[in-house]
Design a protein around this ligand. Structure first.
Ligand code: NZQ
Ligand code: ZN
Length: 388
């Protein structure tokens, strides 16, 4: 394990079919005004809204609503939410939805008591939180981002064509999250599969880096094996509770800071995907799947030993009598075959990327330096073009 670190995660999780009952334990801890934040209406169709409202009323809460949080929430919507939270004098923000709703709730929570422009402060200048935070709780309905147990909050600014994530410290993590796998069963298959790849990508971003022997990498391999196994079942039968519940739990542990401990991390697939997202507004996980294979094939020579280990330990490639390079490539071949099988989008053209967007996407891609290769603009351009 590299370096020194302290570790704790403040989010309390309630998991399982009765997880929503956890709200009865949590709500009494906060004042009476609750800002209920949700998306475009799926929670009204599947009955989750009614269940949550009943528990809020039973706990004598005054409920204010902020609906219409779109996938890939925008800076304009964030400004609207800040005003709503101010008017409500919210004591708690309850996010009911997927990563977008949960990320948005965190962005509102750190901005309500702050006079600066939230986009400029947190997403351009990357400043720390210097004002009082409104606590956030989350009822998760879409699996993938890990937002239910982390400080991540990704906001898109359409005018500036930028999609940027701020990873806040543990004061901004949800105080509690409700994870009922049954709440995810109404997700369209496209969203489920996209979420599955988001989980895989989170694990790989933290796995493909470093040459040290590290417990976090062994945990990552276990999570990956569980994810692939359960995803195969869920794609065949989306209502399989066992598989969906495993995927939900894997998603949380894939990005709740655990497997990043004591090692360097990459995050270039996300940087590429986010820049694509700023131009296309495409579904997050699909932006990642579309750029992943060209990216991994490009960096493979720089991290050959780890790619070979990945092939053997995750994809079951038999290394006997083969060169390291051959093993490593067979691993990526197996991954690509699986990605196609579960129905992921494998190129940027299918997400609406046009030739005249490429330069902007290259420019909007943040370069990270924790992986096997620090990319320059030419290399980013090559990867984007290969992904089209
Ligand atoms: O808006 P509604 O009507 O609720 O519909 C949503 C939305 O259209 C629908 N949905 C959610 N739960 C459903 C459901 N439909 C039917 N039944 C249900 N139970 O699914 C659609 C997508 O939801 P969204 O919240 O956008 O998806 P996701 O959870 O993938 O979140 C994506 C956002 O999270 C960011 C992404 O960049 C993107 O902005 N990320 C956040 C991270 C973090 N906090 O650490 C890390 C990730 O890498 C990611 O960047
Ligand atoms: Zn992601």
């Amino acid at each position: 394990m590299l370096g020194n670190f302290s570790y704790s995660n403040p989010t309390k999780l309630y998991f399982g079919k009765d997880a929503l009952d956890g709200l009865n334990e949590e709500l009494p801890k906060y004042g009476k005004n609750v800002l209920l934040v949700y998306g475009g209406g799926s929670i009204k169709k599947n009955g989750i809204y009614d269940k949550v409202i009943k528990i809020l009323k039973d706990n004598n809460k005054v409920v204010f609503e902020d609906a219409g949080v779109m996938p890939n929430p925008t800076s304009d919507k964030l400004n609207e939410g800040i005003e709503r939270a101010k008017k409500a004098k919210a004591d708690l923000i309850l996010a009911v939805g997927g990563g977008s709703v949960c990320d948005y709730a965190k962005a509102v929570s750190v901005s309500v008591n702050c006079n600066d422009d939230a986009w400029d402060k947190y997403y351009i200048r990357f400043e720390d939180v210097t004002c009082d935070i409104i606590p956030v709780g989350c009822v998760l309905t879409m699996v993938g981002t890990g937002s239910e147990m982390n400080g991540g909050s990704v906001i898109t600014n359409h005018e500036q064509k930028l999609k940027i994530g701020h990873v806040f410290g543990d004061k901004v993590f949800p105080k509690f999250s409700v994870l009922n796998p049954e709440f995810t069963l109404t997700l369209p298959k496209y969203q489920m599969v996209s979420g599955i790849y988001d989980i895989m990508s989170h694990i790989l971003e933290q796995y493909f880096s470093g040459e040290d022997d590290n417990t976090s990498d062994y945990i990552a391999e276990g999570l990956l094996r569980s994810l692939i196994h359960s995803a195969n079942i869920a794609v065949e039968n989306p209502s399989d509770y066992e598989a969906r519940s495993n995927i939900m739990w894997t998603a949380t542990w894939a990005l709740n800071t655990l497997i990043a401990q004591g090692k360097s991390t990459d995050w270039m697939v996300h940087m590429l995907g986010q820049s694509v997202g700023a131009y296309t507004d495409a579904t997050h996980g699909m932006t990642l799947s579309a750029v992943s294979m060209p990216y991994y094939r490009y960096i493979l020579p720089y991290g050959m030993a780890k790619f070979a280990r990945y092939a053997v330990n995750v994809w079951g490639v038999n290394p006997d009598g083969k060169s390291q390079e051959q093993v490593a490539n067979e691993g990526l071949d197996a991954m690509e075959k699986w990605m196609r099988k579960i129905g992921l989008v494998m190129n940027l053209t299918d997400l609406g990327v046009k030739e005249d967007m490429i330069e902007g996407i290259v420019k909007g891609t943040f370069v990270m330096d924790g992986g096997y290769k620090v990319l320059n603009a030419d290399e980013i351009r090559q990867i984007i073009i290969k992904s089209c």
